[in-house]
Design a protein around this ligand. Structure first.
Ligand code: NAD
Length: 315
């Protein structure tokens, strides 16, 4: 059986997706690749240091490990991208084209994530539909929108089986976030458990679509395992799970940790948040391949605090 290659496996999403796929398919079947050394929990299976910008190295890895499927997760995220827009554009676009060209050459199935960053200030904010105005104002959003067009292009023109999801903010507790506008909703848990005041870089009422990592991982695998004819959108699917503001997640945590305190010091990331939808309509994903998220805000908060408490040294 051909193997799966995860590029960007050391990241927030990649580390959890790699572990889940190894659990389901066997450790040896899933190769974890990243430009930086991988975390210890991924070293139990095949791993490789790979710069996806090096097209020859990518193809050598595909041949060496006998790869049939690629999850291409490496990217520069929204907040980090604004600090160096040309670098973000180059990495996000060139790496995707390397993967899509390799998919043509080696008949690979491809997963590539898009983002709610494809939407812009003139997009309707509530229950934003799958097909609506997309005029992004960040380099990250511009690169994700262009990437969606490339994915559909390779599917229609070359028959590449490429699948994609527009993730909302992803919230996990197992690794540090990579420089996105929704990272506050990850950092807040660590401060709460350490008994520290949390300084939030968004305003209290900045509502954004969000998703617990467990749902993101299972939805991603579900899309990749769906029958090809059910995957009717080959640009990228809207996917919704929950929507909340910093004040709402703070209150949900405070119910369980009553002493927890927060202050608001919005920075440039508030402007990015202002350009994104508040909530999404994901009915095509539900109808086409059965997307059905399991976690709402309260369930997610309880689950994260339960697991983080277990992981923290007891005093
Ligand atoms: P992350 O920054 O945590 O991880 C990205 C990984 O890619 C890192 O481990 C990094 O070392 C690696 N990488 C960077 N450059 C590389 C290169 N040249 N070659 C190989 N590896 C390289 O990001 P994440 O949060 O895990 O996001 C994964 C994907 O999901 C990205 O495409 C991102 O745009 C998308 N996404 C994430 C979120 C979110 O909230 N985290 C939301 C929407 C979309």
């Amino acid at each position: 059986m051909k193997r799966t290659l995860i590029i960007g496996a050391g990241g927030q999403l990649g580390s959890e997706l790699t572990l889940k796929l190894r659990e389901q398919r066997g450790t040896d079947q899933v190769v974890a690749a990243d430009i930086r050394p991988l975390p210890a929990e991924l070293l139990t299976g095949p791993t490789t240091i790979l710069d996806v910008m090096d097209e020859e190295a990518l193809r050598k890895s595909i041949e060496y490990y006998d790869i049939g499927e690629v999850y291409h997760l490496a990217a520069i995220l929204s907040a980090k991208g604004e600090a160096d827009p040309i670098w973000a554009w180059d990495l996000n676009m060139t790496s995707l084209l390397h993967v899509l060209e390799a998919a043509r050459a080696y008949a690979l199935k491809v997963y590539w994530p898009s983002s709610i960053a494809v939407f812009g200030p003139d997009t309707p904010k509530e229950k934003t539909s799958q097909f609506t105005l997309t005029n992004p104002t960040t380099v990250y959003g511009i690169s994700k929108l262009a990437g969606e067009r490339w994915c559909e292009y390779y599917f229609k023109k070359y028959g590449v089986d490429v699948r994609s999801i527009r993730y909302p903010g992803l919230i996990g507790y197992k690794s540090k976030p990579g420089g996105g506008t929704t990272d506050y909703a990850v950092d807040i848990f660590w401060k709460a458990l350490n008994g520290e005041r949390f300084t939030c870089f968004l305003e209290p009422d900045a509502h954004l679509p969000m998703m617990y990592m467990n749902d993101a991982v299972s939805g991603t695998i579900q899309l990749m395992e769906a029958n090809a004819e059910d995957v009717q959108i080959r640009s990228s699917y809207n996917l919704s799970a929950m929507s909340f503001s910093p004040e709402e997640i703070y209150q949900a945590i405070k119910t369980l940790i009553p002493d927890f305190d927060i202050v608001y010091e919005p920075d440039f990331r508030q402007e990015i948040a202002d350009s994104w939808p508040h909530s999404l309509d994901d009915s095509p994903a539900r109808e086409h391949w059965g997307w059905d998220p399991q976690f709402d805000l309260d369930q997610m908060v309880r689950d994260i605090l339960y697991h983080l408490r277990e992981a923290l040294p007891q005093t």
